[in-house]
Design a protein around this ligand. Structure first.
Ligand code: UGA
Length: 338
């Protein structure tokens, strides 16, 4: 089997590449703008990497799609501050650039495994979000935060419609719920909201800054360690012709549902165990900040986001296995011992 990974140097792409090489009998064709996260893959004879930009090198991408059996289009902007600051860039990359790729997967009848997102459920009030039943609830147009959610939602709908139109085109959509782990985002980015919350908070502590709790930090997220997320993707590859065919899967850990304030407190507690950073963690304070001040007026938050994972459990025989404390420790070992 040949697998194409577009955006292989990213958080999901780099972990997925490593897992495929070690667990599957498959070759990978991969591209990204850079390769610094792929050190463990680049010398593998089954890993063929080229530095390419999917927005400029579409002819190259087309050739690779033709050669492959499965396509992972993983290039996207996924940080909420960017949705508010540059919504058109999110539309152009996450939707427009990826639509061209999805259309080629349809044309050449290649199985596409596409990253949807937990964000498609938006402010849905269900206690647990169901892939087929839950409503997808976003805010008004002046809340630009929802551009990412709606781009992803529209792509889900487009892929679903292509699946209905062509019996011989197949796909799998996965919805990550706050995956975290080594290589999530760059903790050296000092900008408020410059990375997702976990790496933002680690960076704050290491730089001797206080942690900003947006609107008090009572909002909750379910965090899933990248190892578990990737195992779900491996199962989707293995079951692309049967249990994962033309399906949508939430991939998250409903057992690890915590408030952002609790996440900040846990990180401070865990970082105190690293002698080099103990003093910094001890002096970190939690400061409440208004979301408009932190992100701008185009931001709106999700207060509760819990996945139903019944479908992944039943059909993929997949279950989360890494608890939050273990996962956070592994992540801190990566960032702090580097
Ligand atoms: C994320 C991103 O949209 C995507 O990466 C992804 O598709 C999706 O969720 C997911 O992984 O499921 P969100 O969880 O809102 O969205 O993004 P974070 O930046 O990680 O923020 C989480 C929460 O922490 C938000 O409520 C945010 O307001 C809060 N936060 C963030 C703070 O309180 N302080 C900060 O300094 C940063």
């Amino acid at each position: 089997m040949k697998i194409l990974i577009l955006g292989a140097n990213g958080f999901i792409g780099s972990h997925l590449s490593e897992a495929i090489l070690s667990q599957l009998d498959a070759e990978i064709i991969a591209c990204d703008l850079a390769d610094h996260n792929l050190a463990s893959c680049l010398n593998n004879s089954k890993f063929h990497f080229e530095k390419k930009d999917i927005t400029r090198d579409l002819a190259w991408v087309t050739e690779q799609i033709k050669k492959c059996d499965v396509v992972f289009p993983l290039v996207a902007i996924a940080t909420p501050a960017m949705y508010v600051q540059n919504p058109l860039r999110v539309f152009e990359l996450d939707f427009e650039a990826n639509l061209a790729i999805v259309r080629q997967c349809v044309e050449f009848r290649k199985h596409v495994i596409f990253p949807s997102t937990s964000e498609v459920y938006g402010m849905c009030s269900d206690a647990a979000f169901d892939e087929e039943e839950s409503h997808l609830v976003t805010g008004p147009i002046n809340k630009e935060r929802w551009i990412y959610s709606t781009c992803k939602q529209l792509m889900d709908r487009v892929i679903y419609a292509y699946g209905k139109k062509h019996d011989d085109f197949s796909y799998t959509l996965f919805r990550p719920f706050n995956w975290y782990g080594p290589r999530l985002d760059n903790i050296l980015n000092p900008q408020p909201g410059g990375s997702r919350v976990l790496t933002q908070f680690i960076g704050n502590i290491l730089r001797g800054e206080n942690i900003m709790l947006v609107n008090g930090g009572a909002q909750q997220r379910c965090f899933l360690h990248i190892h578990d997320g990737i195992q779900a993707l491996i199962k989707m590859i293995q079951h692309k012709n049967n249990d994962a065919k033309n399906k949508i899967f939430n991939v998250g850990n409903p057992e690890e549902n915590i408030s952002i304030r609790t996440l900040a407190e846990s990180l401070i507690k865990l970082i105190k165990k690293y002698p080099k950073y103990k003093a910094l963690a001890e002096k970190t304070q939690l400061i409440e900040v208004d979301s408009e001040k932190y992100y701008g007026s185009g931001y709106q938050d999700v207060s509760l986001r819990v996945p139903s994972i019944a479908r992944a459990r039943e059909e993929l025989k997949w279950n989360p296995s890494v608890n939050l404390e273990t996962g956070l420790t592994k992540t801190l070992d990566f960032y702090l011992n580097a």
